[in-house]
Design a protein around this ligand. Sequence first.
Ligand code: NAP
Length: 242
Amino acid sequence: MASPRLRLAARSFAVACRVPNSSSRPKLATSASRRRPNPWDASLSALQVSYVDLLMIHGAMYQEAKGNLQSSLHASTRAKTWKALVAARASGKARSIGVCNFSPRHLAKLSPPPAVLQLEYTPFLQRPATLRYCREKGIAVQAYGSGGGGWQLWKKDASLDLMHAAPLQAAAAAHGVSAHQVSLRWALELGACVIPKAAKAEHQVQNRDLFGFALTDAETAAIAALDAQKSVYKFGDPDLIA
Ligand SMILES: NC(=O)c1ccc[n+]([C@@H]2O[C@H](COP(=O)([O-])OP(=O)(O)OC[C@H]3O[C@@H](n4cnc5c(N)ncnc54)[C@H](OP(=O)(O)O)[C@@H]3O)[C@@H](O)[C@H]2O)c1
């Protein structure tokens, strides 16, 4: 039985959960799989909740075929996993369903369309075509990495140090905020929602404080010029996956 604390958490916060694009392969959506819980049932059980607010496929790639990006298994597995997520939503285990790290071409094949696309979206990787597609189709864009997270993984590569990029530093100084707040505000102003991760209380407080300032046109243009189609996480371009 769920502890009162977890029951409270499930109602006070949005709980999101990601599953791999392989979740349909071991026939997880069929009765034959009952012996082994599917990834979202395992997560619901671990979290002690009866549903999650958002259930997402983590990526367009079927990991077991990662050596051949043109393998038809990527697309066929995506289609089956998406069908299984649609069923999970219908059964009340997920309020909304979405995907991460898909290109517009992958998104176009999903029926019904996802509620959310979660993707790396930073001043270094601006993906205007993907944002445009999502806006047209009513898919919410959830930006990760705009809090500079990927940099923690690759600290030796100074070219990935987003928070020290001059336009972010200049806007931060002008508004009396941090470069993190500027980066998050930039993503919000371009229509994405942000999901910064912060363990430190002072970071959490800062990251909630994004509405007391607005970037000027000149600051937005300077940040736009940082676009280098560069993944700070060094993930490949999802569009290369069939
Ligand atoms: N779908 C995917 O493939 C994918 C990939 C990556 C991430 N994500 C998700 O995206 C969410 C965010 O993760 P992220 O990797 O993008 O991290 P992030 O929010 O870009 O950055 C997190 C890092 O930035 C620091 N930080 C946060 N706010 C700060 C502030 N105001 N000033 C200074 N430092 C600050 C944090 O430090 P402290 O922790 O010390 O406070 C932490 O080290 C997570 O829920 C994650 O699961 C999804």
